[in-house]
Design a protein around this ligand. Structure first.
Ligand code: SDX
Length: 438
């Protein structure tokens, strides 16, 4: 090590004031990002736990899949910058990258593509699940239910310690989510289900199942296919976000992968997470006109209103979410392709973004547009109802979830997830018969 290079610290020490207790915590270094203090011996050495509601300062695992630099607005999938992948790659190639760690060569991609293609159909009995749902059921309820029940059709999926079975389950999930998602939409509008086609790309097949009808031939649109593929890439993975952490926690108990992905879908549904894209459109609809933006911003600043500027803010990004920039560019392309000259929602969103980014409340809190701020506008322009926005997010994120699940199962350090707590409830007390109570 040269004299100018600062020595990398190896340990952190915690001492408990007023006692002779202390803990020496190894500092672990990753390829990128801050060091982490290994606290696994903290209680044994110092008799204390750490406290971190929401795990904002806690690394739950070691991972090689995705890296985010929140201050710089950087997102890497297996080291590749998201803007390069969005521009040059395809979703299925990115799925291979996330699962296996490297970009595929031609032969590897052909085998992977074929494997996914051969798993896109659903068991005919699964079709009957839809009959149990009301037509107006939220499609996320359908995804939760159908994906969770899939293990009933694939009993081998419970062999989670069998690498081949894990890979087959991953293929089934990546391949079938588009079919399930499209069928959830078709069911909601009373149209017949369209079966997947093996001659279409992943994104085109999804758009085909979403938009075609038996009564007429399907007209492909390469621009919309490209936009769809890019939107899927942008949503594929994102470190240990709430839904990915849910998948890992469920997986740490040994649950089958379909149950774990269903748990991830449930977590993603929340408006603070994957439900934000749907909430952004609802918010823009409620604002209605640029003249109402100042009043809305005032409402957001009033903590008692509990109103959030949906599509803004992020636990990790304290700079622009790189996905939001790409999404905005894609927005222009899609609206142009569709001949939509001045989309009022886009104008409103851009004015809202401009005002927020000039406002001290948002600047001081480092609140910037995230992936959800523009995605809803694109999806609406492409004809998706708002209820389908989060299912689309789930469709794309299934690839990240299953890649993280596989990494977790293969991690020798992995144990069942079981956080501790700070107990502030009643001290020990004896039972009093009801007659003796006041
Ligand atoms: C996703 O984790 C991921 O990676 C998620 C995701 C992924 O790909 O998996 O990126 C996808 O979920 C994106 C986020 C989508 N959600 C939204 O757009 C909903 C609106 N955003 C907020 O709910 C919020 O920003 C969160 C939930 C995203 C982050 O919550 P945090 O980390 O608790 O927010 P924070 O601690 O950074 O907030 C700091 C301050 C607080 O105010 P003070 O207490 O300091 O006064 O900023 C305020 C917050 O109240 N704040 C907001 C705000 N977000 C934070 N105020 C108004 N509008 C907002 N959107």
């Amino acid at each position: 090590m040269s004299s100018t290079e600062a020595a990398v610290p190896r340990h952190a020490t915690i001492t408990i004031e007023g006692t002779n207790k202390s803990a020496t915590l190894p500092l672990l270094s990753g390829t990128l990002g801050p060091q982490v203090a290994d606290i696994r011996k903290l209680q044994a050495q110092a008799g204390i736990f750490t406290f971190d509601p929401g795990y904002g300062e806690t690394a739950s695992c070691e991972s090689k899949i995705t890296y985010i630099d929140g201050d710089e607005g950087v997102l890497l999938y297996r080291g590749y910058p998201i803007d390069q992948l969005a521009e040059k790659s395809t979703f299925l190639e990115v799925a291979y990258l996330l699962m296996y760690g490297d970009l595929p060569n031609n032969a590897e991609f052909e085998t992977f593509n074929r494997g996914i293609t051969m798993h896109t159909m659903l068991h005919e009995q699964i079709r009957r699940f839809w009959e149990g749902f009301r037509r107006d059921a939220h499609p996320m309820a359908v995804l939760c239910g159908v994906v969770g029940a899939m293990s009933a059709f694939y009993p081998d999926s419970i062999k989670i310690n069998d690498a081949h079975e894990r890979e087959v389950s991953a293929f089934r999930l990546i391949a079938k989510l588009p079919t399930i998602t499209a069928w959830a939409y078709k069911y909601s509008i009373g149209q017949p289900f369209m079966y997947p086609r093996n001659d279409l790309s992943y994104a085109e097949n999804f758009l085909y199942m979403m938009n075609s009808v038996p009564a007429e031939p399907y007209r492909k649109n390469p621009i919309l296919e490209r936009a769809m593929d890019r939107i899927l890439i942008l949503h594929a993975d994102h470190e240990q976000n709430a839904s990915t952490s849910t998948v890992r926690l469920a997986g740490s108990t040994g649950a089958n992968p379909f149950a774990c992905i269903a748990a991830g879908i449930a977590a993603l549904w929340g408006p603070a997470h994957g439900g934000a894209n749907e909430a952004v459109l609802k918010m823009l609809g409620e604002i209605g006109d640029k003249k109402n933006i100042p009043a809305f911003i005032s409402e957001v600043k009033d903590k008692n209103s509990h109103t959030k500027l949906m599509g803004f803010g992020h636990r990790v990004y304290k700079n622009f979410d790189p996905r939001a920039k790409i999404m905005q560019q894609t927005c222009y392309e899609v609206l142009d392709e569709l001949g939509i000259k001045n989309e009022p929602l886009l104008d409103l969103a851009m004015e809202l973004e401009k005002i927020a980014l000039d406002d001290e409340y948002f600047v001081s809190r480092k609140l910037y547009p995230n992936v959800d701020f523009y995605s809803g506008i694109i999806l609406k322009a492409m004809g998706f109802p708002t209820t389908m926005f989060t299912p689309l997010f789930a469709l794309a994120r299934t690839t990240g979830w299953i890649s993280q699940w596989m990494e977790m199962i293969e991690d020798p350090q992995q144990r069942i997830g079981r956080p501790r707590q700070l107990y502030t409830g009643a001290p020990k007390r004896d039972y009093v018969a009801i007659g003796g109570r006041e």
